[in-house]
Design a protein around this ligand. Sequence first.
Ligand code: F6P
Length: 308
Amino acid sequence: MNAAIRAVVRTAIYNNLEVTGVMSGYSGLLDCNFKKMEPHSVSKIISSGGTILKSSRCPEFLLYEGRKKAVENMKMNGIDALAVLGGDGSFHGADLLGKEFGLPVVGIPCTIDNDIYGTDFTIGYDTAINTAVKAIDQIRDTADSHNLLFFVEVMGRHSGFIALNTAIATGAESVLLPETPTNIDQLCNYLETGRRKNKTSGIIIVAEGDEEGDAQEIARKVKVKLPDYETRVTILGHVQRGGSPTSNDRVLASILGYEAVMALLKGIYGVMAGRINSEIVFTELKETYRKRNKINEGLVDISKILSA
Ligand code: F6P
């Protein structure tokens, strides 16, 4: 997100605009928690994760009265347009600001889950999977040396992007996703087939939102059916949400931050700036939270074939 903030600030100032940073998301609009941004305010942030502007949930913003107050505060502080970094919830709020009060808004897709409609990749996703891949490569060393079956839980409450692509990149034996049915018997049969082929260890990637349970629960269910397997569980958790961003994420954030400001200058509002097949695409905000980016289920089969 910092790389996107930097791009918004520098592009706007280059185009002779004044830039105000809103602290803590929509809460900052309600509390007038604003920070004047200069080119140097965003120096050296491109290499750090998270957001220098901070983030928070804001229940008051769900109400019309809250949004009205936000727009009044913006007007009083000379803010004419808004670039919103976030996911579907933030874009729903941004859409309402545009529709109810005519505020020019543009969204920039930021989530590690990669499930926002209107862009091939969201900002943060590439960094998250690279973090997961590095961690699982390290886990693999222990799994191999000690003949262990690891269940590794990655983030994705509703989305299997991180799990699926991490599984392919690490050659995991199996991957369990919220989007596809999980069958514990099938998983056990698959593990047994592997054992007959002399596999002595394994990695099962579990997306935290899998309908059969989290990694602990799935490990427990497998252990009941295959009691002689030595199992371990690792939950990667929030390490996936931070850290120095990859070059792909920095480039994507820089391009989308730039395009968001250029869109506002050209009078293109109520949209999210995304990138599809390397082209900039503007998608109506309404579409971005009504639809979802879906995983390619064909990749599940590829992952299986390659790890056999
Ligand atoms: O929204 C993105 C996400 O990464 C989900 O995949 C995950 O469930 C959630 O954030 C975890 O964040 P927290 O527990 O801090 O709300």
